[in-house]
Each structure stands twice: as C-alpha cells, then as structure tokens.
Design a protein around this ligand. Structure first.
Ligand code: GLA
Length: 685
C-alpha cells in the first residue's frame, strides 16, 4: 500500500529523507454542496496542498442515529482527494458528540465547578471520564478505522481534536470517581494522601476515599494540593482518552501514524504536552497569534517549545490562520507578508508541515468570520494568492524537510507543574503569570539575537552553557539535585523570584527560600513582598522592578551582588545576585524586570557564560536566527521581525529562499521577509 506522507512522520530519529513539506488545512466538505468539492480539489492542487485533516466535526453526519451510518459522502471525498494526489490526516471524528447521543445520554455532558451543566450547542461537550462517552467514541473510531484502513489517501490518524480545548476541567460525578481512582494510584493510602494534601489544615482530614471530590466551588479557597492534583489528573484523563482511541487505531491500522493536535500557545495550560508527547507518533501543534507587542515573540516561543517537546525532531503545524481568527475580542487581519512569515517561523523551529484552519471559510456557523485558505471572497483574493505563493515557497524549501533542530547554547526551562502551581489562588499575589515571565526572558534573548531553546523540565540541560529557570516555584528534590549538578558541572543557572518555594506536594520548603537552591545561590529569602499594581521599586543599576520583591540575605562570601534595591523597604539589600560555582554560576533575579530591562542583564549573564550572538551586530533584535541541521548541511533561517528592510553583512551561505546576496556579499531581508541559507554543518565549517 503506498501512502503519500507517513514514513517521515513516524516517531524515530530523522532518516534525512527530503520528500518535502506537508501543506494543507482542516477540510470540512460536509459544510458545502457536492459541486464545491471538485473546485476544492482543483484549488488545492493549484496551491500545492498535499494533505488535509478531514472529518474532524463530522460525527453527526457519519452516524446520523445510534444505529445508522453514512459513509458514502466520506468515501467520495476520500476518493476525490486521492485522485487529486492529496493525502488525508483522517480525524476519528469524536470531537463533537451528535444531538442524538447527548439527548439519549445527557450524563456525558461536562459539569463546571459550580455544578452547571455545559449543554450541547457548541462542541466538545463531553466528559473526558464518561464511560458512556468513551464507549460511543470508540465505536466510532472502530468504524472509521475499519472503513478506511486500506484507503490509499489515509496518511495519518487525527485523534479527536484539540483535546481539552473546552472540556479540560469537568467536575461531574464521573470525574469524581475517576479522580479518586487516580489518587489511589498516586498515593496508595489515604494516609499518604492526607499528608500530601496537608489535610490537618482546616479540618479536611479524609477517613474514606468516597469523601474526596474534585475541587468544586467551595466556601473559601479549596485545598491547593487538591487543586494541583486535579490539574494533573485532568491532563491525565484526557491523555487516557487519547490512548484509548490510539489503541483502537493501532490494533486496526498498525502502520498508520497517530497524532492529535496540541495547543502550545498563549495561556492554554491545562494539558501537560511535555508529558503527552511520547503518546503520539508525531507531535502536532495548533497556534494562533496573540496580538500585542510580543505577538511574534510568543509565536516563536510556542514553536520553539513544541520543537523541543518533539525532542528536536520535525513536527506538524496542524493549524494556524491565514489571517484573522474569530474568537479574540478584536480579530486583526494579517498584514501583507505575515501569512508567509508566520508559517516560515514555525518551519524555522522544526515544523515539517504547514497547515491552516481551515481550507474554505465557512459561510455559516460560529467560525464564519475566521479566515481560511479560500476566503469568502473566493480565490480572486490576496489571501489565496499568498496561499499559492507559500505553497511554492515550501516546494523550494523541500531540502530542509526532515532536518532537526540544531540545539542552542542557552535554554529556558519550562515546567507545567510550576505553571499550574505558581498561579494557584491564596498566593502572595494573584498577578503573577508564569508563562509571561518565561516569555519576557525569551524576548530578551531575541533582542540580543541569541538563540535559546525553550525546553520542558526533564529534557536534560547538560549541553547548555546557560539555563534560565523562571518562576521555578515547584521544585521537587530531584529537580533541585539536577540543577545543582548542572551548575557544579560548569553550567550557568539563572532563577527568579518565586522559585524553589514548594515541593511536588505544594508544601513549602522550610528554613528560608529558595529551599533546596539556597546554598547553591548563596542567598536566603526570609520573606516576599509583592508590589501593588502601580507600585514599583528602583534598583541601583537604573532599572525598575514590579510585581515582586524578595527580602534577601546574602549567605555566602563569594556572592556577587549585581544590583541592589535602591528604594522600598528592602533598600540597600541585594536584588540580583550571582554566585560563581566550580566554573559555572547560579544567579537570582528577585523582581520582575520585563523584557526590555532583562535584555542588558541577560547580556551580562550570557557574557559570563561565554555565549554570544551568531548574528552580525546590526541584525540583532531585528532578525531571528534559527538553525535546522540536515544530513550534510545546516539551514539558517533568518526571519526579519521588523517592517523595515534589514541588511546583513558577513553571513555566508547558499540561498535556498529569499533574495540573493548583494555583490559585496551582504544579504538583504525585505520587510517581514524570510531568507534561508544552506551552510556547512556546524563543526565542519
Ligand atoms: C481550533 C480548532 C479549530 C478551529 C480553530 C479556530 O484550533 O481546532 O476547529 O475552531 O480553533 O481558531
């Protein structure tokens, strides 16, 4: 059986095959009359589309009643696509249960923390732990897999869709039962659970498993460890659903890779994707731009993290937008050049597929104002012309496909447990945003033109010269040991405020913060003093802190104080410290500085670690560099982050895409433009 794409997507180190990029979209032909389908395939071919995700929301059409099935239309679409040379990432179609199912079984509907039912009428109205939903979903998965197992258009399975997008937290009785089971497995005994949850506090001690509930709306702050465990459980419950669908697919079609689209983007934090990655045959991600001053930085951050979750191997950009979305308060259209630049920035970070939501803009329904490859205006439109042009660009880039991420020398550590735990209620401040602090450091790296990998905790740090671990609030002993060993082995570690505060059970480390990193950092924090919204504090290096201050006592003689508080009640005390340790160092930044002010500090820290930009000085900040490592060459992606032309001198290489070098060897990057250079592999130049 020959399939168009799958071999390169199977989870294994790249074999260097360069059969080009996957390019396409979610395709919803069931929203359109039959005659449109032929035009769709014709336009897809014109655009260079070679893969579509099909049937994501088609359950009600495929199974119109509990006992009837209608595959005829889908057979026809599969055949048409195959005849057009287009592969299908076929959905299991379980994302949106049909009305007959929710009418017959309202007990599959999710319930909020306040006991409200989330009714049908939108999508994803199902409880991740409902045995009834699971049974019906797996019946559908089985039917899909059996029907299309041998269809030549099938290149991959798309489990459900954006698991947890709307239903990650379900507080129903099904969830309560599954939560108790999850807790039994985690703790083994009620005694261990009572200890972990600190139930001596507020008379919360449990004497029977049946007394335990999800953290439903309570009279005051629910138990924090209960909340944290419920977040862990909720991520695991969805992962369990993913596994259940995957097992059906693997049994029927063992040769077809299985994926599901993650949502590494913005503040979407319910699913611990670092933990999910090994469950899929290749990592897929959906990303939508968050408008604002760090929009592009955030796109890069998300793509970078996705690439590292995928272990540096190529991944699949399953969805992004050609232009506006429909679900932000104001839905900005993309400016000229942004469609291609945004897509290629994902490619720069390791994506080997560029797909959009969706192929043809819906005429009806909640997403009719969401952009698509074919807009309401039709193919005679700038958007479609840009889509066709991007298809051609991806063909020129074909030699890059299959290449892996070349690791940077610096990294930002990203940890879902700290993200979840640091933003719980009843904390020193409700204003702290874990991902924003990490993003600010990332923006500082971008401003300096220094590549940094955003790596999930546990991925291994030894190859990095410098690691920033922002707001590493939750610090189990094992991670503290890993970080200590990293520094003692010559690494340079940077921590921030609200790091090293609790263990994995959310119990405070005693004796002064930051708990098990105190000795390494050579400091002891006795008390935090978060700042009020408009309050700031001056540092004696001319910067201004916000959000947070720590009361620091320097406890080791070799600690270098990089800045002190100049105002506030910690005036005169250390604010930023660094302690040299065995060739490495451990630094602490005790207030929020924001991206701009972090930039000079980061430069200093990078200098100390011997890490510098690979870009010429005039391009730093204006251009983002990423490097993909092919079998016998490196590919340098130079992404112009500005709306002005940027000229780069002294960056040599064979141009794969982008304008050729000037006579004097300088490269000219057009506004919002991307140039890719083929260069000798690092270490062979
Ligand atoms: C998500 C979903 C799509 C669509 C887009 C809109 O990514 O997976 O079905 O709703 O959002 O941005």
């Amino acid at each position: 059986m020959s399939r168009a794409l799958p071999h390169r997507w199977l989870r294994r180190p790249t074999d260097g095959t360069t059969d080009g990029f996957a390019y396409g979209a979610d395709y919803n032909p069931d929203q359109w009359p039959r005659e449109v389908w032929d035009e769709d395939v014709r336009l897809m071919r014109e655009a260079g589309v070679n893969v579509v995700s099909l049937a994501i929301f088609s359950w009600a059409r495929i199974q119109p009643t509990a006992d009837t099935w209608d595959f005829a239309w889908l057979d026809e679409v599969m055949d048409l696509l195959h005849a057009g040379g287009i592969g299908v990432d076929l959905a299991t179609a379980t994302a949106s249960p049909p009305p007959w199912l929710t009418t017959a079984h309202p007990e599959i509907l999710p319930v909020t923390a306040t006991g409200e039912t989330l009714w049908p009428g939108a999508r994803q109205h199902w409880r991740p732990t409902s045995p009834v939903f699971r049974e019906h979903a797996l019946r559908l998965v089985t039917a899909m897999a059996e029907r299309y197992a041998d269809h030549p258009a099938l290149v991959a399975w798309h489990v459900n869709n954006e698991l947890g997008c709307h239903n990650v937290y379900d507080y129903s009785d099904d969830a309560a039962r599954a939560f108790r089971q999850w807790l039994r497995e985690r703790y083994g005994s009620l005694e261990a659970l009572n200890h972990a949850w600190g139930t001596a506090f507020w008379s919360q001690r449990y004497s029977d498993w049946g007394q335990i509930l999800p953290p439903r709306r309570a009279a005051s702050h629910p138990n924090p460890t209960q909340q944290l465990d419920f977040k862990r459980f909720s991520s695991d419950a969805l992962k369990e659903h993913l596994r259940a669908e995957r097992e059906v697919l693997r049994a029927i079609t063992p040769d077809v890779p299985v994926t599901t689209n993650f949502m590494v983007m913005g503040e979407t934090k319910g699913m611990n994707y670092a933990d999910w990655a090994s469950e899929v045959d290749f990592v897929s991600n959906d990303h939508y731009v968050t408008p604002g001053p760090q929009a592009l930085d955030e796109l890069s951050f998300s793509a970078n993290l996705t690439g590292n979750i995928a272990g540096g191997r190529p991944w699949f950009l399953m969805e992004h937008s050609t232009s506006a979305v429909n679900w932000q308060p104001v839905n900005r259209a993309k400016r000229p050049g942004e469609l291609a630049r945004d897509s290629l920035l994902h490619v720069a970070h390791g994506a080997d597929a560029v797909c959009f939501f969706q192929w043809r803009q819906s005429a009806a329904g909640a997403e009719k104002y969401h952009s698509a490859m074919v807009p309401h205006a039709g193919p005679d439109s700038d958007v479609f012309r840009s889509v066709v042009a991007l298809g051609a660009t991806l063909r020129e880039l074909a030699p890059v496909a299959g290449s892996t991420r070349r690791p940077a020398r610096a990294a930002i550590l990203f940890d879902w447990h700290s993200w979840w735990a640091s933003e719980l209620d009843s904390h020193p401040t409700s204003r702290l945003r874990y991902r924003q602090e990490a993003l600010d450091w990332y923006s500082a790296f971008l401003a300096l033109g220094v590549r940094a990998d955003v790596v999930p905790a546990g991925a291994g740090l030894d190859d990095y010269a410098l690691v920033v671990a922002p707001v590493l609030y939750s610090l189990p002993q094992a991670l503290a040991k890993e970080l200590t060993a990293y520094v003692e082995g010559g690494g340079h570690l940077v921590t921030t405020y609200f790091s090293g505060i609790v263990d994995e059970n959310d119990h405070a480390w005693l004796g002064g913060y930051p708990g098990p990193l105190r000795d390494l950092l050579g400091i002891r924090v006795e008390e935090f003093s978060p700042l009020l919204d408009e309050e700031t504090v001056a540092l004696d290096d001319g910067t201004t802190g916000s959000l947070w201050t720590d009361q620091i006592t320097v406890s080791a003689p070799d600690v270098e104080v990089l800045a002190r508080y100049a105002t506030g009640h910690h005036a005169g005390r250390a604010a930023i410290t660094r302690r040299p340790v065995a060739g490495g160092s451990a630094a602490h930044v005790s207030t929020r500085l924001g991206a701009q002010q972090l930039t000079p500090l980061l430069r200093r820290l990078l200098d100390g670690a011997g890490v510098s930009s690979e870009l010429p000085p005039e391009a730093r900040g204006a251009v983002e560099l990423t490097v993909r490592a092919g079998r016998d060459a490196d590919y340098w992606f130079l992404v112009n982050r500005t709306e002005q032309e940027v000229t780069l001198a002294g960056v040599a290489g064979e141009v794969v895409i982008g304008g050729p070098a000037e006579a004097d060897g300088a490269l000219r990057l057009p506004p919002v433009g991307v140039t890719v250079l083929r260069r000798p592999a690092a270490g062979t130049a």
